[in-house]
Design a protein around this ligand. Structure first.
Ligand code: IPE
Ligand code: IPE
Ligand code: MG
Length: 240
């Protein structure tokens, strides 16, 4: 096996650079997204091999709905096709598949294949693969606050107890309820921003920025990221 130390429980990736990868080759942007699926496969395999328990991937942001309709359609079609194709692989490798985000904005067809993959893989234990689709961090915090307010309105007798909630208590209103916060967030393609990703959950994540474009980010790059992470000193505001 491997001699990796301090393997992160949850690795999260902002998969960026597909368009630039395609442009460098004189191809349509969609070609970069298609090649990016191979990187998803490679990193998922690597996560299983190195004992990462949660791999989450930012696949489509709420802001990405503002891209040209043709690109949005190509991305949604690619998600649909990939999920259909990967189900047997998830079952063979013990992968629990989860999609989180503003699901109402996805089409019925895509939602039904997502539901099918989530239901069939829900007992799998080796790796949880989370795809953030139509997700944004601010949207997540807002929907959590609305759920919380709704609970107070529905149970006025419990309002004092509900209002005494701490930050751990708030976690359960976020769409990531039950999933540990990411230990490591990687962003590819050299961009150094969060782009409205896991704003609450990233409070103490280690951040790693790689210049490699997502379609070129494969097993070796994933392993290098884990090696860099293993040297980080996480202090959580305390003195060691
Ligand atoms: C990431 O690659 C994929 C999505 C955001 C859906 P981009 O499509 O953002 O690629 P660049 O940043 O234009 O190169
Ligand atoms: C962030 O990438 C969203 C995803 C990777 C899904 P973008 O390419 O959309 O982000 P910006 O526009 O460069 O911030
Ligand atoms: Mg981008």
């Amino acid at each position: 096996m491997n001699a990796l130390k301090n393997v992160p429980v949850h690795v999260s990736i902002i998969m960026d650079g597909n368009g630039r990868w395609a442009r460098e080759r004189g191809l349509e942007r969609a070609a970069g997204h298609i090649e990016g699926v191979e990187s998803v496969r490679a990193c998922t395999e690597a996560a299983v091999e190195y004992g990462v328990k949660y791999l989450s991937l930012y696949a489509f942001s709420e802001e990405n709905w503002g891209r040209p309709q043709e690109e949005v359609n190509a991305l949604m079609a690619l998600m649909f096709k990939s999920m259909m194709a990967e189900l047997s692989n998830f079952m063979d490798n013990g992968i629990r598949f989860v999609v989180l985000g503003h699901r109402e904005r996805l089409g019925d067809e895509l939602n039904s294949v997502i539901n099918d993959c989530m239901e069939k893989t829900k007992e799998n234990k080796t790796l949880t693969l989370v795809i953030f689709l139509s997700y944004s961090g601010k949207w997540d915090i807002l929907q959590a606050a609305k759920k919380f307010a709704g609970e107070i309105l529905a149970h006025p007798d419990r309002s004092a107890e509900l209002l005494s909630m701490d930050t751990d208590g708030f976690d359960r209103y976020l769409v990531t309820d039950g999933i540990p916060d990411p230990d490591l967030i990687i962003r590819t393609s050299g961009e150094m921003r969060m782009s409205n990703y896991l704003l609450w959950q990233a409070a103490y994540s280690e951040l790693l920025f790689s210049d490699v474009l997502w379609p070129d980010f494969r097993k070796q790059e994933f392993l290098s990221a884990l090696q860099l992470y293993s040297k980080r000193d996480r202090r959580y505001g305390k003195v060691k």
